[in-house]
Every structure is written in C-alpha cells, then in structure tokens.
Write a protein that binds this ligand. Structure first.
Ligand SMILES: [Zn+2]
Length: 118
C-alpha cells in the first residue's frame, strides 16, 4: 500500500566531457532523495540516489560509463550535499484514526474503572 518515490534534491551541471558524445556542456547530475508515501503518512528517508544525464546527446550516463574524473566530481558534489532530515508527516486520515483510537481507549478506561456504566 505504500510506495517509494523520489524527489529532486539538487541539480548540478558538470563541466566534464560526456563519455558518449564528448560534449563539455551537456552533463547534468541530479540528486534525488527517497520518500515513502501511503494513505496515513509521508515519510522522508535518508536514502539518496544520483542520476546523470547528458542533454546534448540525450543519454542517461550510468556509473559504469563514468570516467575517474566524473567519479571524483560526483563524490565531491555528494559530500557537499545536504539531504533533508528524516521526517514523518501524518496525513489527516492518520489523525482521525489516532483520535478515534484515543476516544475508544478513554471510553474503555471509564467503563472498566466504573466511572461510566450502562
Ligand atoms: Zn552526451
């Protein structure tokens, strides 16, 4: 029921040569951070991924194609990255459940302790 999604954290243009078309101004590195969303909450995880794409030849550049130079730059950019802190945000439906649960619990306690009787 929950799905993992990614949002774009940061996009940087690289000055490296594309391993496919050798263009110097097409490489773009995108950092994405993972979040999980379901009907109750949206939660940001600490997991980040990066993708590289060349806009000149419109090719996804996978890590196997990276040169040492590109790898160095990616590592450098990665260190400078500030991912969003882990967080969890409850959706309205979750609050409804919590409130209903709390209400039921209070009713049960009142009933068991004899404060309320039918
Ligand atoms: Zn290219």
């Amino acid at each position: 029921m929950s799905t993992s999604k990614f949002f774009t954290l940061k996009e940087v243009s690289l000055n490296n040569n594309c391993p496919e078309c050798y263009s110097k101004d097409g490489l773009k590195l995108t950092f994405k951070q993972k979040f999980i969303e379901n009907i109750f909450y949206k939660s940001i995880t600490s997991e980040t991924i990066n993708e590289m794409h060349c806009e000149t030849c419109d090719t996804d550049i996978f890590p196997v194609r990276w040169t040492d130079e590109i790898e160095q730059v990616v590592n450098y950019k990665k260190r400078a990255l500030h991912p969003k802190p882990k967080s969890i945000k409850l959706k309205p439906l979750a609050w409804v459940f919590i409130i209903v649960d709390a209400f039921l619990l209070i009713t049960v306690i009142l009933f068991v302790t004899g404060i309320v009787s039918f």
